[in-house]
Design a protein around this ligand. Structure first.
Ligand SMILES: *Cc1c(COP(=O)(O)O)cnc(C)c1O
Length: 322
């Protein structure tokens, strides 16, 4: 039997994050409210440290290390926001960190991870199995592996964003959350069940990578091949065991949106709200606008998960008119 983290663990995570994570703003758009006839509250984790909510889970997990773990350090494999979150959290806590990244990861991401103080080890993803390699290095150096989502301290750290949202705006009818491996969604659901019991919690995935929706609807974890989508933070092949157990219990539905709908949401954020949001961060708003959920007269929370997209790519995506 899995022991699942609880809302009390989210509260404890919030205490650890105090003074370290930003309390991100909740923004509104009267244009959108008018269009939907609803009240929409955007929790803007694109303004979190290192540009995404992942700082919360990483910092919470590393804060719980004992003396021996701190000395040996943390190890993670990621080419995305989790890498930067671990590198930055480790630096702030004075803990060594090793991040395994594929040789062909964007140079900007490798540089950003190094810039936060992480030791980057590059591997050939066509020749080497990153999980095997990570385990080898972890054993050699006595390092603790922190996975990107399927870990109780990561999940409860991520849940602190939704906790802040409910504490600031009160109860909601709906909460829309971007979904990859389900760490943000399961943590948000723990917060919602405690602070706004009637709130419907909706996970949102890219249509091309709907493993979470298939898993949610079939009741067993479905694994898919790495999906082709612009939502690079949601290219996970399967949800985690812990995240899935919470999602099955506490989430109301998992919906999907297309890449074209993500681009439209990206444009809306840029034009109307003056924010740069990365494609994965646009999942929640895209579902609010396109997934057919009747929101008239409702109070709706939208978690904006991150803003890390290089400007050239941002320009390519939002610049081409559809
Ligand atoms: C990692 C990530 C996600 C997905 O989070 P999970 O916890 O894996 O579901 C969504 N948006 C951004 C910006 C991310 O970095």
């Amino acid at each position: 039997m899995l022991t699942l983290p609880t809302f009390a663990d989210v509260v404890a995570a919030a205490e650890r994050l105090k003074g370290h994570a930003h309390h991100t703003p909740v923004l509104r758009s009267s244009t959108l409210d008018t269009r939907l006839g609803a009240q929409v509250f955007f929790k803007c984790e694109n303004f979190q440290r290192m540009g995404a909510f992942k700082f919360r889970g990483a910092f919470n997990a590393l804060s719980r290390f004992d003396a021996a773990q701190r000395l040996a350090g943390a190890i993670a494999f990621s080419s995305g926001n989790h890498a930067q979150a671990i590198a930055l959290s480790a630096r702030l806590l004075g803990i060594p960190a090793v991040i395994l990244m594929p040789l062909d990861a964007p140079q900007a991401k490798i540089d950003a991870t190094r810039g936060y103080g992480g030791e980057v080890i590059l591997f050939d993803r066509f020749q080497q199995d990153r999980e095997v390699l990570t385990r080898e290095i972890a054993v050699q150096r006595g390092m603790t592996l922190i996975p990107p989502f399927d870990h109780a301290d990561v999940i409860t750290g991520q849940g602190t964003a939704a906790k802040e949202l409910f504490e600031e705006v009160g109860e909601l009818d709906y909460l829309f959350v971007c979904m990859g491996g389900g760490g943000l969604l399961s943590g948000s659901a723990l917060a919602a069940r405690a602070l706004s019991p009637g709130c419907k919690v909706i996970g949102v995935e890219p249509e091309a990578g709907n493993d979470g929706q298939q898993s949610f609807r079939s009741g067993a974890i479905v694994r898919i091949v790495t999906p082709k989508t612009i939502a690079d933070g949601a290219q996970t092949q399967a949800v985690g065991e812990i995240t899935f157990a919470i999602i099955r219990r506490d989430v109301d539905d998992v919906l999907t949106v297309t890449d074209a709908q993500l681009v439209e949401a990206m444009r809306f954020y840029a034009e109307r709200m003056k924010m740069i949001v990365e494609p994965t961060g646009c999942l929640s708003l895209a579902a609010v606008c396109h997934a057919g959920v009747p929101l008239q007269g409702k109070r709706v929370g939208v978690i904006v998960s991150g803003g890390n997209v290089d400007l050239q790519r941002f320009g390519q995506l939002v610049g081409n008119s559809t």
